[in-house]
Design a protein around this ligand. Structure first.
Ligand SMILES: [Cu+2]
Length: 154
């Protein structure tokens, strides 16, 4: 595992080319850790300032599972992670992001719940949130605010 030392001897251009090649081939990091990317985020325009929800997909192209453990945002100090069981929702400490898979949040399923909003976002706004994981670095996401009844196209 002398990669760092080896890298220093390779000219910068060669390093960049190598990195690009790896990305195209879809290879994960050398340590086989989780490789996370967030897609399809949206927040339905909240009807009141009391509460908002948000949805997105966390894709993991790495060979190791991770967990979404918490979410922070300027919009609210009280953001919790919920899942839906039957027609009831319940708060959970974390949601699994499977290896080579995805964690899906969506209407009627897993979701984020924001309580006591500092302001009431309107359609077209972007709400910045930061996702925290058990092992991966946090990911910042600009979540677009959509119509209250918005449903993403499949
Ligand atoms: Cu909920």
């Amino acid at each position: 595992m002398n990669r760092r030392t080896t890298r220093l001897r390779i000219p910068l251009a060669a390093t960049l080319a190598l990195t690009a090649g790896l990305a195209l081939a879809g290879c994960g990091p050398e340590d086989g850790g989780a490789q996370l990317e967030v897609a399809g985020a949206y927040m339905p325009r909240p009807v009141t300032q009391d509460m908002a929800g948000a949805f997105f997909v966390v894709k993991n192209t790495g060979g190791t599972a991770d967990k979404l453990t918490s979410v922070t945002s300027d919009l609210s100090k009280d953001i919790s992670i919920h899942r839906t069981v039957g027609n009831k929702m319940e708060q959970v400490k974390s949601l699994d992001v499977p290896a080579n898979g995805e964690l899906r949040l969506g209407r009627g399923g897993n979701h984020l719940m924001f309580m006591g909003l500092k302001n009431k976002p309107v359609e077209g706004d972007k709400v910045t949130i930061e996702l925290h994981f058990a092992t991966s670095d946090p990911i910042k996401v600009d979540v677009p605010v959509k119509a209250t009844d918005y449903v993403p196209k499949k």
